[in-house]
Design a protein around this ligand. Structure first.
Ligand code: TGC
Ligand code: FAD
Length: 389
């Protein structure tokens, strides 16, 4: 008996649960990714090059700060912003990373914790892609435990003096504006440091085997003096940066589904046309079991992401739920990409096929925004009431 016409990449018809507006957003981004991203992204990955030329397109489509109301932003709901991440990451995790950092880690804190003057000054330019942001939390001695940050800030008259360094920062080499988190006498505080400020420098990491189409680097603050008007006044404590991470992790939970779909989509075609032992690979029981397992993982991820998005739109989403979705969906996508790579045989290590690129990218995604272990421990803490970090 033939297949019944279900969409292999959306077996439970999650799309049917989307509103008309959500579907329109998804379709528009999907078209853009097909037309503008897929033709260039493989080469950019090989060349270790961030595709800066895509920024105007992302901006004109309203994809930067898409869930922020006002200030030239699109004001979309959470499910729509999740679908944007999913379609972008179907292209490459680097593109979703760029949008996550700009939107969730830079525009979100300005909108949630910034002064009205800061919002007016930065958000419209960031939505237009004229001001690129980066988010400096991780430090060289240990990213999982940001409470132990060494970068510090001291009050000096009406100014603040920041000293320290940050490591593994997406967009650092290309950023005009850095949201940096530093320890003050009162706890962690966020500051807006602009490119060109005296004592501030950024470097680029050139030897990555993962997220090669993303610009990653370090940030250095040698007693950088910033005025009080560059401090985010709305939050003190680790809650500030961790709230930003909750937003970005939400986007990752959706985004990685796109990477997994790209891999499975290519494998469904490949296993039908690859003939071994006199029959297509797709006609063997072991291959079908593996493909079915991938579809199971993707479907579970889609349902988790959709429910998470609905909770976020209701305003009831909790960080623990985000931890579980980021952990589950990223692990699932990584397993799918690795298994697809294997089913391609030797061809799987060639850039001609997408799984190895997605697989290598997902090795970063499983580490950044909280490693898998950190998210497991966050869920464990919720279940037991005991912090075991
Ligand atoms: P803990 O005592 O648990 O919390 C301190 C305060 O923060 C609140 N909080 C949260 N708020 C919002 N969202 C969350 N996810 C939150 N988690 C905690 C908490 O309620 C508390 O508030 P208050 O008012 O009581 O003070 O803090 P802890 O020191 O025990 O740490 C907990 C832990 C380990 C979970 C946290 O440190 C953590 O998440 N570590 C991982 C660090 C991380 O994810 N770094 C990511 C850096 S950015 C990045 O990777 C960008 S990649 C971007 C890209 O390219 O896409
Ligand atoms: P560590 O914290 O040293 O962890 C090492 C290992 O120990 C991991 O396996 C971890 O799971 C495990 N571990 C840690 N604690 C425990 C525990 N209690 N129990 C058991 N195991 C534990 N950061 C930013 O601030 N901004 C960015 O824009 C940014 N972009 C990034 C882009 C890329 C490509 C990458 C790779 C990273 C980026 N990061 C960014 C940093 C990222 O968030 C950190 O790499 C991550 O939080 C882990 O920190 P770490 O690398 O120092 O590893």
């Amino acid at each position: 008996m033939a297949a019944t016409g279900l969409n292999p990449l959306d077996l439970f018809d999650v799309r049917a649960s989307l509103s008309e507006d959500e579907r329109m957003v998804q379709d528009a981004v999907a078209r853009m990714v097909d037309d503008k991203v897929l033709p260039i992204i493989g080469k950019a990955f090989e060349e270790h090059r961030f595709t800066k030329e895509l920024i105007p397109e992302l901006a004109s489509m309203g994809l930067l700060g898409s869930s922020i109301q006002g200030y030239g932003c699109a004001g979309l709901n959470a499910v729509s912003s999740g679908l944007i991440c999913q379609e972008l990451e179907r292209g490459d995790s680097a593109l979703r990373s760029f949008v996550s950092v700009q939107s969730s880690l830079c525009m979100y804190p300005i909108s949630a914790f910034g002064s009205e003057q800061q919002r007016q000054k930065y958000l419209p330019g960031m939505a237009q892609g004229n001001i690129i942001g980066c988010f400096g939390l991780t430090e060289p001695h240990g990213g999982s435990d940001p409470a132990n940050m060494k970068t510090h800030v001291k009050r000096r008259g009406s100014d603040w003096v920041i000293h320290g360094s940050k490591m593994w920062i997406t967009n650092a080499p290309i950023a005009d504006l850095c949201i940096v988190w530093a320890m003050s006498d009162d706890g962690v505080q966020g500051f807006l440091v602009e490119k060109g400020m005296h004592g501030f420098a950024a470097s680029e990491i050139h030897n990555k085997f993962s997220l090669r189409a993303s610009a990653t680097g370090g940030l250095f603050f040698d007693n950088v003096v910033v005025p009080d008007e560059n401090r985010l006044p709305g939050v003190i404590g680790l809650k500030g940066p961790l709230s930003c991470l909750t937003q970005a992790r939400y986007g990752i939970a959706w985004g990685v589904i796109g990477a997994a779909q790209a891999c499975l989509g290519q494998l469904l075609d490949y296993t039908k046309s690859r003939v071994l032992f006199g029959k297509p690979l797709a006609a063997t029981q072991l291959i079908q079991a593996r493909l079915a397992d991938m579809a199971r993982g993707i479907t579970t991820s889609q349902l988790l992401a959709l429910q998470l998005g609905r909770l976020k739109d209701l305003g009831t989403m909790s960080p623990t739920q985000v931890s579980m979705a980021k952990w589950h969906n990223t692990r699932t996508a990584l397993n799918v990409a690795r298994d697809c790579r294997d089913m391609l045989g030797g061809a799987g290590i060639s850039a001609e096929y997408v799984p190895i690129r997605h697989m290598l990218n997902l090795e970063s995604v499983v580490t950044y925004e909280g490693t898998e272990s950190i998210h497991q421990l966050a869920v464990g803490r919720e279940l037991t009431g005991i912090s075991a970090f």
